[in-house]
Design a binder for this molecule. Structure first.
Ligand SMILES: [Zn+2]
Ligand SMILES: [Zn+2]
Length: 300
């Protein structure tokens, strides 16, 4: 019991001191300062929206701009501070205990740790993006996961900050499966994948930005605003009843697995999902909504 309390208190104190260090030292060495990086990338992509707007009539402070800005910081920092770091450290502790109890020492499929750094970076990026693409498919196809993912799809006017509007349970689902897939099955010796993380934040912000970019021929590899807007379409085509364009950073997987769909310019399509008029509008009501849906059975 002691060790669990120790793990939780260590997780909290490590994360709290990391967060505090980020705030007071914008340029600490050896790592990316995510706090200021997020602010910088947000301002830069917002600047693009202001200079080169795709939907010219969309307000600079579009519908839910501040709600999304709050989600952005909540999901990126406060959720970690409040719960996630401790929860994940405890889960890893138990997972390892369960594995060793059943006599499994290692579940490594392939060990990347001896490979050149660039191979490791590339493999890490491709594998983590593919795992996230797969998880995103599940979020649309498994009903209880969809209840959580609806928060992200409740965006009615698209802009960069919508990128990080999601229910905190998505962090738990994505990160657990990424941990299982990446850390346990493939062993990497990357000190810190902050370059990859930094690039994915930028791509994700751009995917949701009000700009009409598709990166030309690179659109078959990189996810982009003109593709991702269709992911948020309210009306789904018969060919893709559970959704389409599930890519996170890369569009590649959608083209490989046939879940790509861009019938025409999606500039003015309606975003959302069926009955989204009745969906709660506030942060706390959106956090509670999926649990309410999952735990209250429909009355006859
Ligand atoms: Zn989605
Ligand atoms: Zn999105």
């Amino acid at each position: 019991m002691d060790s669990i309390i120790e793990i939780i208190s260590n997780a909290y104190s490590n994360y709290a001191s990391y967060f505090w260090r980020s705030l007071i030292h914008p340029f600490f060495e050896g790592d990316l300062n995510y706090f200021y990086y997020l602010i910088l990338v947000s301002l830069a992509v917002w600047g693009l929206e202001i200079l080169l707007p795709w939907r010219k009539k969309q307000a600079l402070f579009r519908k839910d701009f501040w709600l999304d800005a709050f989600y952005m910081f909540f999901n990126f920092f406060f959720f970690n501070l409040l719960l996630y770091t401790a929860l994940s450290d405890v889960s890893v502790y138990y997972l390892n205990r369960v594995l060793s109890a059943v006599g499994i020492e290692s579940v490594t499929l392939y060990d990347f740790s001896g490979q050149a750094m660039w191979i490791q970076f590339l493999a890490f990026f491709l594998l983590s993006d593919f795992i996230q693409w797969s998880v995103h498919n599940l979020l649309h196809r498994v009903d209880f996961l969809w209840q959580f993912h609806k928060v992200h799809h409740s965006v009615k006017e698209m802009g960069f900050a919508a990128h990080l509007r999601y229910h905190f349970m998505e962090t738990v689902v994505y990160n657990s499966l990424k941990y299982l897939g990446l850390i346990m099955l493939f062993n990497f010796s990357l000190q810190d994948a902050f370059i990859i993380h930094g690039v994915t934040i930028l791509i994700g912000h751009l995917n949701h930005a009000n700009v009409s970019w598709d990166y030309g021929p690179l659109k078959y590899i990189l996810n982009n605003p003109k593709m991702h807007i269709w992911h948020h379409a309210k009306d789904l085509p018969e060919s893709h009843p559970k959704g389409m364009n599930f890519g996170i950073s890369l569009s590649l997987w959608d083209y490989v697995f046939g879940t790509n769909y861009i019938p025409h310019s999606g500039r003015d399509i309606e975003l959302g999902f069926d009955d989204d008029e009745e969906y709660p509008q506030g942060f706390f009501s959106q956090l509670v909504e999926p649990f309410k849906k999952i735990f209250t059975s429909p009355k006859n």
